[in-house]
Write a protein of this length. Sequence first.
Length: 362
Amino acid sequence: MNNHLDEFRDPLLASEMAGKLKAFRCRPCNIMEVCGTHTVSISRYGIRGMLPEGIRLVSGPGCPVCVTPVGYIDAAVQLAQIPDVILTTFGDLMRVPGTSTALLKEKALGRDIRVVLSPLDSVKIAAENPCKKVVFLSVGFETTVPVSALSVMNAESSGIHNYYLLSANKTMPAVLETLASDSEANVDGYLYPGHVSAITGTGFYEKLADKLGTPGVVAGFEPLDILYAVMKLLEFISEGKAEVFNQYSRIVRKEGNAAALEVMNSVFEPCRSYWRGIGEIEGSGLKLREKYRHFDAWQQYGISCGSLSEPAGCMCGPILKGTKKPSDCALFDKVCTPENPVGACMVSSEGTCAAYHKYGGI
Ligand code: SF4
């Protein structure tokens, strides 16, 4: 069956473009694919093998589950162990190891932990269980945060007061600026995340290019999208142009999604946030605004995000910063596998280690 994505997967066009890319001459450089979905597509379609000599595609901090610290899982486990709490979460978080246990293990021990497809389902669970307290594990970027914000607005307008968020939500601009100016990360250009950009628009990328001289291309997720975006980025780098190009214009508008941004900004405000492997970054997280603070599980239960240390031997930190690859980790595919993950990057479907495990490093 034909669908609108077929034109972006055309094998003849892809092979023609891959040939042009391979022949392109450019100084050695690092291109960071910020988004976990890009990491998966790049691995799935073998795009690393189509690059010219000296050009490296490195993964970045674009998987929200992966950048969430161990201490957040510990806090979630602490809440799940309270008898009248129902914990709700997206599926990926269930298997992320905390310091001594994971949510999946806690569920097996009888804790009431439920996987939901949307935070709006959590509000429904709260309405159906007025004698319980329902805590949604709100971990995401600009793509999913507006729906979390909407869930809080819905709970407020419906008079549901037994619903809470444990927010570890993050936003992209501050971390991109941090990495662009980090000499260890050494990013020469960004493949910007298509999904996040659909919400945020492209204005921040232009500011970043002006301020730090780092070019970028907003890219879609099909093979032709990525091949074209990499080619465009290499052109910018080789010509010394700090420009931004929107390759994903079929979805991303310069101004973003005003309605989603308004909902997000009316419920959340920026705060300091810790990113696994990168550290604390001012203004990179989101906490509930004063008006909605009574929905804040951190405040309601007086808990905090404890441990920031990585599991022994795990290299998720440098992998999320683009300075190491999964194959640099001694545990990769030996001790650490999707069935027995040691770190978050092997758990999430968007994690770099999980993508390398499934598709290989090419
Ligand atoms: Fe961490 Fe496992 Fe990846 Fe190694 S392979 S960095 S232990 S998630």
